[in-house]
Design a protein around this ligand. Structure first.
Ligand SMILES: Cc1ncc(COP(=O)(O)O)c(C=O)c1O
Length: 471
């Protein structure tokens, strides 16, 4: 054995002990340190001829990298859609690396049992029947890719073809339509060979949800012989708006399109009893995406793809030279995703769902939405800002209380620069209905009122500073 590797084997306990101590120190400081400390850079490392050994690498990492980690898993990080890490999810993630299983999903294996149970927990949370099968993948983009690839197989079958056997060349392209859908779905459409042309339907006035009347008109007027893939949005990234899923599902009954529900973050809202009516017909969807690294607060990376079309999924992603005719409940998971070898991503999700259950997740969702409403109220009561959206989920979109010509992308980004310098919170610029806006998204299991108040104050102070400097 290479001598340094042999030494590390002997020192494994102290290497892990140091990692554990670093973890505790990191978690203890997570809420105090600057949310976005900025990375000053580190001395360039070159691959050494002889290795340094794990302890020296730990020292190097601890000195030059660890202090500069943004607290994106902390309670005041309100940028993008970034979930935190629950204690149980972190433990599950450590076990995932410890046991280092290649999650093929062979019947009778431990990894299959964990993944199947975790998928059942997701179905239970979202109120979905067992006809929704699927697998864990790396993120919502990959999940959408799987879903659209299944839809591709379905669309080709309508014309008597198999896209997975023949390819797409020579096949008529199905239509793809949506309201305001995430860039990930354009990317997925491109990867699935459709090209990025997703027909964007009109939105409700002042909102990011699709106008159902416009969808009805579109469905009635289009060439019915072309298969249609429709993407419904459960939580738009700019304002967390949610399409009227029940109305869309009813239209699916009439027009027979493939319905994909992008619930990358908003899908989890279906676990809250008092919100479930909005998701009554979610079970009519053909496929569904939900990230685990967003609202489920599982560490990166992870998502689920659920479809009611296991056969199409198997045909598209089978690793076999000649896929068998039909998928069965014993089909191994690695015949269902773009990956071959795969991390047991289901394990941290299994841990956290089992640890906190339906009530725990309903509490996280309710609390995060309540915190967004609180932020929204502070915006409404301020002479500095104007609220842009009705807070329907965990996103607040707002702008400055200035005349429209003064509100530029540049100005908003300057304010966000000040917010980052202060280091108390992190928020994003978004183009909300094509106008420059600020945005806060609360997805972290730890966020409480004091975090929201501190974050809002920092935002207001930064805005006032920049406005007085500029005007
Ligand atoms: C609605 C929606 N769909 C898809 C995605 C892409 O997710 P991922 O980055 O996990 O691939 C996001 C990311 O924020 C999202 O908000």
């Amino acid at each position: 054995m290479y001598p340094i590797l042999k030494e590390d084997l002997e020192k494994q306990e102290s290497i892990l002990q140091q990692t554990y101590e670093d973890a505790l120190a990191f978690l203890a400081k997570r809420s105090e340190q600057k949310v976005e400390p900025g990375f000053p850079g580190a001395p360039a490392s070159a691959l050494p001829a002889e290795g340094l050994g794990a302890e020296k690498v730990q020292d190097f990492f601890r000195k030059h990298y660890l202090p500069w980690v943004p607290a994106s898993s902390g309670s005041r990080y309100f940028g993008y859609v970034i979930g935190g890490v629950t204690p149980a999810a972190l433990a599950g993630d450590w076990y995932t690396s410890l046991i280092d299983q290649n999650a093929f999903g062979q019947p009778g294996s431990l990894d299959r049992q964990i993944e199947q149970e975790a998928l059942q927990f997701v179905r239970d949370l979202l109120g979905l029947p067992g006809s929704f099968q699927g697998a864990f993948v790396s993120g919502a983009t990959t999940s959408a890719f799987v879903a659209l690839t299944c839809a591709r197989q379905w669309a080709a079958a309508q014309k008597g073809h198999s896209a997975s056997e023949e390819g797409l060349y020579g096949l008529p392209r199905p239509d793809i339509a949506s309201g305001l859908t995430h860039g990930a779905n354009y990317k997925a459409a491109s990867m699935a060979g459709f090209g990025r042309n997703i027909h964007a339907l009109p939105l409700l006035p002042g909102r990011e949800a699709v106008d159902i009347q416009a969808l009805k008109d579109y469905l009635a007027s289009r060439d019915q012989s072309r298969p249609l893939i429709y993407i419904a949005n459960i939580g738009t990234a700019n304002s967390g708006d949610i399409d009227d899923l029940n109305a869309i599902a009813e239209l699916k009954e009439r027009y027979g399109f493939w319905l994909h529900a992008d619930g990358a973050f908003g899908g989890l809202m279906a676990c809250v009893p008092e919100w479930q009516d909005r998701f009554r017909l979610l079970s009519s969807a053909d496929s569904l995406t939900m990230d685990t690294h967003k609202w489920l607060n599982v560490p990166y990376d992870g998502a689920i793809v659920l479809t009611r079309h296991l056969h199409e999924q198997y045909q598209s992603f089978s690793n076999e030279l000649t896929p068998g005719p039909l998928a069965s409940e014993n089909t191994v998971h690695h015949h269902l995703t773009p990956e071959g070898s795969r991390r047991l991503r289901a394990l941290p999700a299994w841990f956290t769902m089992l640890a906190y259950g339906k009530a725990g997740y309903a509490d996280i969702c309710r609390r995060n939405v309540a915190m967004c409403r609180l932020y929204g109220e502070m915006i409404k009561n301020s002479d500095c800002f104007r609220l842009l959206n009705e807070v329907r989920s965990n996103v607040v979109a707002f702008t400055l209380n200035l005349s429209p010509e003064k509100i530029t992308e540049d100005l908003i980004k300057e304010i966000l620069g000040e917010v980052q310098k202060a280091g108390i919170t992190y928020s994003n610029y978004v183009p909300y209905l094509n106008k420059p806006a600020l945005r806060v998204c609360i997805t972290n299991w730890m966020t409480e009122e004091a975090d929201v108040i501190a974050a809002y104050r920092s935002m207001e102070e930064s805005a006032r500073q920049v406005i007085s400097r500029r005007f």
